[in-house]
Design a protein around this ligand. Structure first.
Ligand code: GLP
Length: 242
């Protein structure tokens, strides 16, 4: 695992965007795995700037997102598809037909999970996966558990995650209780992984993922076994690492 310390959120975002931009330049038809949440917003802003400056071209890029809330329609302010359109896809020259997320409104969860896995497989897997980390060490919506799930699955969110994500909703009651998430097996099969983490409140999660025991109780700890992970932390998130 390579850990890069950035001065602050802006520097973290710039460094992450540089790596993704290099990936796009080296392989213009890359499959990029994208994440939502506050952590990657600055990275997306930097990618938009680079695209608008003509430095990178999204025309042949395909994207697959980590997760989506179950039960939120696409038009909902807090759906992850809306997040991706607002923060990235509406501002770059990507073909939206090549941007994929789990369908939060699918009638049959099992079929939806199988569909998403088959889709990722048909694309040949993920070349570069961008991740954030939850306070409990979750990646995607892979919540603390007694095992690691391989493929896409429907999860019940923990109280801590609902609490953390309620800031985006009118109240905690409005946060969906379930979500679809890519599995740990799919994330770990990505050729490269870039993680962005900032803030003192994430320092324990970073420590547990980078230096802790590898355990499904801290799903991000499995990243220690991946051959090409770069974690970009700001100084606050880095502060508890030895
Ligand atoms: C959310 C998302 C994750 C994200 C994490 C951290 O619940 N499902 O993909 O990485 O939690 O979010 P944030 O970056 O807002 O702290």
């Amino acid at each position: 695992m390579k850990v890069i310390v950035a001065k602050d959120y802006n520097e973290m975002s710039k460094k992450a965007a540089q790596i993704i931009a290099a990936q796009i330049t080296l392989q213009p038809n890359s499959v990029l795995g994208f994440a939502t949440g506050s952590s990657p917003v600055g990275t997306y802003q930097e990618l938009v700037k680079k695209n608008q400056a003509g430095e990178i071209d999204f025309s042949e890029i395909t994207t697959v997102n980590l997760d989506e809330y179950r039960g939120l329609p696409k038009e909902h302010e807090q759906s992850y598809i809306k997040f991706m359109n607002d923060n990235l896809f509406d501002h770059v020259n990507i073909d939206k037909a090549n941007t994929y997320l789990p369908n939060g409104m699918a009638n049959n969860p099992e079929e939806e999970c199988a569909r998403y896995d088959a889709l990722i497989e048909s694309l040949g897997g993920i070349d570069l996966q961008l991740l954030g980390i939850g306070h409990n060490g979750h990646i995607g919506f892979n919540e603390p558990s007694d095992h690691f799930e391989n493929g896409t699955h429907c999860v019940t969110l923990t109280e801590r995650t609902i609490e953390a994500n309620k800031r985006f909703f009118a109240s905690a009651d409005e946060v969906p209780r379930q979500a679809y998430t890519m599995g740990i097996g799919t994330i770990m099969a990505a050729k490269k992984i870039v993680v962005v983490v900032s803030g003192e409140d994430k320092a324990d999660a970073v420590k547990n993922c980078v230096e802790g025991v590898i355990t499904p109780e801290v799903q991000g700890s499995i990243l220690q076994l991946h051959p090409d992970v770069t974690i970009i932390c700001d100084e606050a998130a880095y502060s508890k690492l030895k």
